[in-house]
Design a binder for this molecule. Structure first.
Ligand code: GKR
Ligand code: MG
Length: 434
């Protein structure tokens, strides 16, 4: 018989926020001065509040809101029933609904991820245990992350827009510098690694033609040497023949090559011709994609993201699937704050293996909604929060400020193409460019 924990969910608070984001370049354009996130709070009858954070998008927020009556009255331990209700309500969402952009645009996975993480936060607070224990327990005390480099235009983002903060020092100063060539990328890498102690490096590509971006990878190799693993991600913007040419050239220096080409088929074809492992957060992006991935052999590494795979438990299940089918699992990221960072860290601590340092955009963000500010990254790693639940607490003044920024900035969803047109009128996102 199903028993209730006596802690039903009685309120749900959805707060869209806008966070300062520098003009980072990628295949789809450039980041706007603010990245959007949504903070969810679930409140139980006994006053326990569980929190979570997902990418901000007005349609996702509306979906979350529309699920309110399905959530209220639920026991926060009954995640299976909650998922069943939501799937019935939203209907099947196919993998192709993720869209063509480097980031995922599906609704149900985001909605369920938000609810699941907030419920796990509540469960942990009821039980007095950290979320990592609810995922099977800690395999490590801290979780390694990688330096995530971007080509970028000058500027710090936020209210400063394209201008610079003259008072910035250290990483805050380096973060606002322009990086549009190999020298700029090496400068950024050194500043980021000095500040956070990262021991692996990823460069986001797809912004410039392949020659320049390949040269940047060799410049990083020259600057950091063979002991710092390097990855490169052109977000599927290369043609198969381009990927083969530059993939071969990069073979001696890459730990892995991420989404060089679009589609499982093209990835599988390329994988047969390259020695470098291929990783993806674009071609195998849901459980529904796994059969074809296995059939074709489209990648070596799946980059999970609990916001896109339907939560932390689903990501643990993905780890098992990956193991079964001979894939490694690592982690993808998008611009995010500390609630997501805490969730990613609990997951990273629970995973049976972490063969590669995980992705995070966290150093690019200057604000946070956590009491005590940003979670520290020390020697490239984040310590697993030890308090109950996620182990982090909402700073309500910051939440209110970032919500005011959301209202003032007028953005409703991520649109890097429109932002790019402010720099280059008429610029168009092409899914395959070079
Ligand atoms: O933040 O511009 C960006 C990235 O390109 C991001 O949107 C991607 O989803 O980090 C991502 C990736 O690995 O593809
Ligand atoms: Mg990627």
């Amino acid at each position: 018989m199903v028993t209730s924990s006596g802690a039903k969910i009685c309120d749900m608070v959805i707060t869209p926020i806008a966070i300062t984001d520098p003009p980072l370049l990628n295949a789809a354009g450039v980041h706007a001065p603010f990245a959007l996130r949504t903070v969810l709070e679930l409140v139980t009858e006994s006053g326990i509040i569980g929190i979570s954070e997902i990418p901000g998008n007005v349609q996702t927020n509306q979906s979350l809101e529309s699920a309110r009556s399905l959530v209220l009255g639920m026991d926060p331990f009954h995640l299976n029933a909650l998922q069943h209700r939501l799937s019935g309500y939203f209907g099947k969402e196919s993998a192709s609904s993720r869209g063509n952009t480097p980031w995922d645009q599906r609704k149900l996975v985001h909605v369920f991820s938000a609810l699941e993480v907030a419920c796990l936060d509540i469960q942990g607070k009821i039980l007095g245990r950290p979320v990592v224990d609810l995922l099977g327990g800690k395999m490590r005390d801290s979780v390694p992350f990688a330096a995530y480099l971007f080509y970028k235009y000058e500027g710090a983002g936020g209210h400063l827009g394209k201008s610079l903060d003259p008072n910035a020092t250290g990483w805050a100063a380096a973060r606002q510098r322009k990086a549009v060539d190999p020298e700029g990328i090496v400068y950024q890498a050194k500043a980021m690694c000095d500040a956070f102690g990262f021991q692996s490096i990823k460069l986001k590509g797809g912004a410039f033609e392949p020659r320049l971006e390949t040269d940047s990878m060799f410049a990083l190799y020259d600057a950091f040497g063979k002991d710092v693993p390097l990855r490169f991600d052109p977000n599927a913007i290369w043609k198969p023949e381009t990927a083969l040419t530059y993939g071969k050239e990069l073979e001696p220096i890459l730990e892995y090559l991420e989404d060089p080409v679009r589609s499982q088929k093209h990835m599988a074809d390329l994988r047969k011709q390259l020695k470098t492992p291929l990783a993806t957060n674009m071609c195998t992006t849901s459980f529904e994609d796994i059969p074809e991935s296995v059939h074709l052999g489209s990648e070596d590494i799946i980059l999970s993201d609990h916001h896109f795979w339907g939560g932390l438990k689903a990501s643990m299940e993905l780890a098992r699937v990956c193991k079964t089918f001979g894939r490694d699992l690592s982690m993808h990221s998008n611009s995010h704050l500390g609630i997501s960072m805490a969730a990613m860290t609990h997951l990273g601590a629970a995973l049976p293996e972490v063969p590669y340092a995980l992705d995070t955009h966290y150093p690019w963000q200057s604000e946070d909604v956590l009491v005590g500010g940003k979670l520290p990254i020390v020697d490239g790693a984040v310590a697993v929060p030890s308090g109950p639940g996620l182990g982090v607490e909402l700073d309500r003044d910051m939440l209110a400020k970032l919500h005011a920024d959301y209202l003032a900035c007028g953005l409703t969803h991520r649109d890097d193409e429109t932002e790019m047109q402010k720099y280059h009128p008429g610029w168009k996102f092409e899914t395959v460019r070079w």
